[in-house]
Design a binder for this molecule. Structure first.
Ligand code: SF4
Length: 458
């Protein structure tokens, strides 16, 4: 095994090029409008028949303020009455979906994301959780992973108490950067005290896990300012940290047009921030789970990685990959068996469908055997930093080295020996090397090239 990522400058220069990248497989780019409600209903019946456990994702899109870096599906409004009609349609969707599932299917995971879930007032949060409990088998014994994204500017102790009472046991806090100058440049003014108050409430109320989100690559950030943010965040002792790479795509995301491009850190500065983040957090005792995630060694993500059960899906690294994922709300993605599908991303379109008692499924993708093979390879690389040929051959009845992308053989982009190493029956990679592998695990291969690699061009 590699203990630490390789930061060889020659290696980084070599792979400093546009290419496909995967955070999971398949990607949303592969979704097509030929997949719709009928396919979802069919998949739900199959899920019910197999009695697979469930993971629910509920998207709550409203935010009272705009963060300029934002690439989420959200609706910016100060009008708090906007949530009531949305909630009404969401509850309609919950009823329409749940009637195709069995009350015996346990909800092992629940996540409320956004937007800003706590844009909803207390009575709306109670009402939403009441509807979910009425129609799904939510666990009352604390064994489920029930999490919610919190904007510390939009929550207080009473909110945290209510959420705990409603069954949430994990929180994810958006912090991004604590430097006031950076905060001004992205229009997200949030003091350390605001974040600290929510963390203290979560600890007092015995939430099981606290995750903090940071972003590197924001305007006016430097390696020095980001190091200060890291130090302040480490003092808060979160269980998990997500440190995302800011991708500046103003043509795709309108709020990003308000960011002054001249104030963005250079690629070299961003690389230094990433390098120092990995070094600083691993020195502080965190495990580098991969890509953008860090966790304490006793965290379930780190344990799942040790035990080789860690997976990655549209929601990131997960210990619930065996569950069917049911996405509820505008733009939400479901993964039920081999079907992936997404709701309408337009709020009016979503609400209009539900008002007409129709599900709002707009596009999707059905995985075939070839996709399952690709997914397994990418999962191994980005979750376990290794590829076990025998395991792939056993699961997919293929002669793997003969038919797949062999490092250094057919694909010039495969990593060089500084970050991967042959082992009997496969190879292991350092965590960053695994990311490089995830870039190209699907292309330049004899049989896989028959279907062009659909990855995102960075
Ligand atoms: S980053 Fe989060 S809080 Fe900010 S606008 Fe986007 S969804 Fe809302």
């Amino acid at each position: 095994m590699f203990d630490t990522p390789s930061w060889a400058p020659e290696l980084i220069r070599r792979y400093d090029q546009a290419g496909p990248r995967y955070t999971s497989y398949p990607t949303a780019l592969q979704f097509n409008p030929g997949v719709g409600t009928f396919d979802l209903l069919h998949a739900l019946r199959e899920s019910r028949r197999a009695e697979r456990p469930l993971s629910l994702y509920v998207h709550l899109p409203f935010c009272p303020h705009i963060c300029y870096y934002c690439a989420c599906n959200k609706v910016i409004t100060k009008d708090r009455s906007r949530s009531a009609p949305y909630l009404q349609r969401l509850e309609q969707e919950i009823r329409l979906i749940a009637c195709h599932l069995s009350p015996d299917q346990r909800v092992e995971q629940l996540h409320l994301g956004g937007g800003t879930p706590t844009f909803l007032n207390h009575s709306e949060l109670r009402q939403l959780m009441g509807t979910l409990r009425e129609h799904f088998n939510l666990l009352d014994d604390g064994s489920g992973d029930y999490s919610i994204e919190i904007d510390p500017r939009e929550a207080d102790w009473s909110t945290m108490g209510l959420l705990r009472e409603l069954g949430f046991n994990r929180i994810s806090l958006g912090v991004q950067d604590l430097d006031p100058d950076v905060q001004r440049a992205v229009n997200r003014l949030q003091t350390l005290d605001e974040t600290l108050a929510i963390i203290e409430a979560a600890r007092t109320l015995q939430y099981r896990s606290i995750n903090l989100d940071l972003i590197y690559g924001l305007p006016r950030q430097t390696p020095e300012t980001f190091a200060r943010t890291l130090n302040e965040v480490l003092a808060l002792q979160p269980d998990r940290l997500s440190v995302f790479n800011y991708a500046h795509l103003p043509d795709r995301f309108a709020p990003q047009r308000r960011i002054n491009t001249a104030e963005l850190p250079s690629p070299a500065q961003k690389l230094r921030m990433l390098e120092e983040t990995v070094e600083r957090l691993t020195a502080a005792g965190y495990r580098y789970i991969g890509m953008d995630h860090f966790a304490m060694p006793d965290d379930e993500l780190a344990i799942a990685q040790e035990e080789h059960t860690l997976q990655r899906n549209f929601q990131g690294y997960t210990t619930h990959g065996h569950c069917d994922l049911i996405g509820l709300g505008v733009s939400a993605i479901s993964q039920v068996g081999e079907l992936l599908c997404q709701n309408d991303s337009d709020l009016n379109g979503y609400q209009a469908s539900l008002a007409g008692l129709q599900l709002a499924t707009r596009r999707g993708y059905v995985c075939d055997e070839d996709d399952r093979l690709r997914r397994a390879v990418i999962q191994q690389l980005i979750c376990h930093f290794a590829l076990d040929f025998a395991d792939i051959e056993r699961r997919f009845a293929v002669d793997f080295p003969a038919t797949s992308p062999m490092p250094g053989r057919s694909c010039s982009a495969w990593p060089v020996t500084a970050c991967w190493r042959w082992m009997p029956g496969g190879f292991v990679s350092c965590p960053l090397g695994a990311c490089w592998c995830g870039l190209c695990a699907c292309c330049s291969t004899p049989i896989w090239a028959s279907r062009p690699c659909p990855g995102i061009r960075a």
